[in-house]
Each structure stands twice: as C-alpha cells, then as structure tokens.
Design a protein around this ligand. Structure first.
Ligand code: COA
Length: 370
C-alpha cells in the first residue's frame, strides 16, 4: 500500500487505439497518422472521421460524414431559449457543460449504449457542439443567435455562427489546424474523466458533461484563456522578461508552459506556432509574436520549461477576434471527437475504473455518549 502514484503519474491504466503520445521522440499520432501530417494534408472533418472510425475517409465516406454532421447542426428552440437565459455573468464553459447535459435530456437515444447509437450520438454531439458554443458567444455579446449554414464546411460555419461572416482562407486554415491539434491527446484529465464515467456504464452525454468540467480547469484546457490574459497583461515585448522574472520570484505558475507527459516540448507547438505567426501576419500584428518569443526564451533560460499547445493557440484565437472566455469552449468543439472515440472504446472492452486509496484519517474510535 505504500506505493502511491499521486496524480497517477506514470500509470498505464488501459490500452487505446485512438492516439499515441511519444514524448521521447516528440511525436503525437492519431490512429497512426502524425498530427503535423494531418494538419497539412487534411481538413478537420477528415480528422474527426479518422478519430471516430479508425481510418481516413474515402471521398464517399467523407461526403456522407459531412452530410451527417450538417443535418445535425441545429439545436432545439428550447435549448436556444435556455442559452438566452443563462445568468449573464456565467462562464461559457459552465453554460456549455449545462447545454450538453440538457441535450442529453432531449436525445432520443440517451440511454442506448450500443456501438451504433453511440456513434450516432457522437456525430450529433460534434455537430451541435459548435452551434451551442457559437450561440452562447453571440448571446454573451448581446447579439442574436445565428443558425448554422449547411452550405459551409465545419470551420467556416463556426465563424459564420459567431461573427456572421467568414474570414480569409488563411485564417480559416489556421483555425482548422488548431481544431486538428486540439482533437485528441490520449489519457489526459478530461478524456480520463469521460472514460471513468462511462466505465460505470453511464451514458455518453453524461461522460462528455463530466469531461467539460474537467477541461475547464486552468491546469488543463483553461490554460489557453490564461495565456491570452497574460499576454494582454504584459502589453509589450519590452515588459515580457520582467513579467516572467517576477512570477518566478513569487513562485507562481506561468500558464501555457509545462506538460505532464512532454518534458522536452509539446509535439503540437511548432505547427500551431507556424499558424499563429501566419495569423499575426495576416492581421498585421507584430507585437504579439514578439511578446510570446520573449516569454518563451525567458522561461527556457530561467526554468528550462517549454511551452505547450495553449501557448500559441491562445493568442491565435485572440487575433481571430474570439472573446477570451470562449477559448476553452472552442477547445471543446474539437476535443469532443477524441472524447467520443474514447467513450466508445471504453464501452467496447469495459472494466469499471475503481482505484484504491490509502486511509490516513482518524484511527478507529467510538461514538461517546456525552
Ligand atoms: N510555470 C512555472 N513552473 C512550472 C510550470 C509553469 N507553467 N510547470 C511546471 N513548473 C515547475 C513546477 O513548479 C515544478 O517545480 P518544482 O519541482 O520546483 O516544484 C516542476 O516544474 C515540475 O512540474 P510539476 O508541477 O511536477 O508538473 P506536473 O506534471 O504536475 O504539471 C502541468 C504539469 C501542465 C499541470 C504544469 O506544467 C502546469 O501547471 N502548467 C501551467 C498550466 C498549463 O499550461 N496547463 C496546460 C497543460 S497542456
């Protein structure tokens, strides 16, 4: 009982065919394909299909998958009204979590855990997730909800529903690449949460609701928001070094740096940084990448800690015009694919996840009568 693996560090709790993180060679593959390769050669819809189906789609499979995604984009009027009536100061991660839970109440197959039903529910969740997030984005800004446009691809439609317009091809491509990079990452905290929930043979919507709660935390998905706040607070490149030094002196965490699995750099960072720089160039913003560079160099010199995916993704979304509190919900729009694949995999060969704990509380005592 003395061998406690706090934080489950280094524990291999199950097998998976969805993705492989190989920190020693700085590599991440989805179903055997390197993420960099997928980013350059596939659009997000193809990557989502791959994650959910184990293979890249042929033309017909892609068309069918895209059609399924498109016809499931709309959300009910009831849900739209609920979104309109959330407390104004509620965080979008909390409203998104509640919306997904509500969608479970509406889904006719909520308690059907057959592989076919779970696949159909996965498509519905993927399709409606971006509609929910975009609707919340508009409502929080005091604007009307924009319905999905089925003539548009997944990423273009998301911009359409958020802003009522679609940015340039370069910007859509950068967003698409971020979707691919965020889609899946083996047994991270939120994915593990979804597997723990489904291991009791609970339902997919419940598993995703729990996963969203896990992703919200600043040690996990919430870091992309924290990075944008940090870069805003720093303000200009000449202040970036002192900012980091003062945080280090106060022994504070610097968001967007470090990783539980990658100790020598996050495999997704070079690709996302490339698209961050392209986006900054498109918007003619030279200051943001300069701030990032000083932050990164200083962290490396002072702490020898490298950035994670949230470090370039946060400022990229900021440049695109998304409000900062929507950065982690945008992460959900992508990660829903990985979560659903893991829940389906858990159901395929389920074993209740139930670890042990070492008791360190009061010794046995009796209830006294005084
Ligand atoms: N800023 C400052 N110091 C950091 C750091 C950061 N972002 N990340 C790790 N460290 C330090 C820790 O303080 C610790 O120092 P110590 O040994 O002197 O106590 C050491 O590096 C090892 O880190 P540890 O906390 O043991 O790593 P972990 O695997 O438990 O944590 C994270 C991993 C991701 C939770 C952690 O790096 C972190 O909190 N990062 C910031 C949040 C973030 O960006 N999250 C997104 C992850 S994708």
């Amino acid at each position: 009982m003395s061998d406690i693996k706090k934080g489950l560090i280094g524990v291999i709790s199950d097998e998976t065919k969805v993705s492989e993180v190989m920190p020693e060679i700085n590599s991440l593959t989805y179903r055997g394909y390197a993420v960099q390769d997928l980013c350059e050669n596939c659009k997000f819809e193809e990557v989502a299909y791959l994650i959910l189906n184990n293979d890249l789609p042929n033309k017909k499979q892609l068309k069918d998958f895209e059609n399924q995604e498109k016809i499931n984009r709309r959300i009910s009027n009831n849900l739209k009204n609920i979104i309109r009536n959330y407390p104004k100061n509620a965080h979008p991660m909390d409203t998104t979590r509640t919306s997904v839970s509500y969608m479970g109440l509406e889904d006719p197959e909520v308690n059907n855990n057959s592989p076919e039903a779970n696949y159909r529910k996965s498509i519905r969740l993927m399709a409606k997730m971006s509609t929910i997030v975009a609707a919340s984005f508009r409502v929080k800004r005091g604007e009307n909800i924009i319905d999905p446009n089925n003539d548009l691809g997944f990423c273009e439609n998301f911009f359409h529903m958020c802003f009522g317009k679609i940015p340039s091809k370069e910007v859509v491509k950068a967003f698409d690449a971020s979707m691919t990079l965020y889609a899946e990452h083996s047994f991270n905290a939120s994915t593990f949460t979804s597997r723990v929930i489904s291991s009791s043979l609970s339902d997919l919507h419940g598993a995703i609701t729990g996963a969203i709660a896990s992703l919200k935390g600043p040690l996990h998905g919430g870091a992309n928001e924290a990075v944008a706040h940090m870069i805003k607070e720093v303000g200009s490149a000449d202040k970036a070094k002192d900012f980091i030094l003062s945080k280090i002196k106060k022994k504070q965490l610097i968001m967007g740096f470090g990783h539980r699995v990658y100790r020598n750099g996050d495999s997704r960072v070079p690709t996302m940084t490339k698209y961050y720089h392209k986006t900054a160039k498109y918007y003619q913003n030279t200051e943001l990448p300069k701030i990032s560079k000083v932050l990164e160099d200083t962290m490396l010199k002072e702490k020898n800690i490298k950035p994670n995916l949230d470090f370039p993704a946060g400022p990229t979304y900021y440049l695109m015009g998304f409000d900062i509190d929507f950065f982690t919900p945008i992460f959900i729009v992508s990660r829903i694919t990985g979560w659903c694949a893991h829940v389906m995999e858990q159901f395929e060969n389920n074993k209740l996840i139930r670890p042990l704990s070492k008791y360190i509380g009061e010794p046995l005592r009796k209830v006294s009568n005084n």
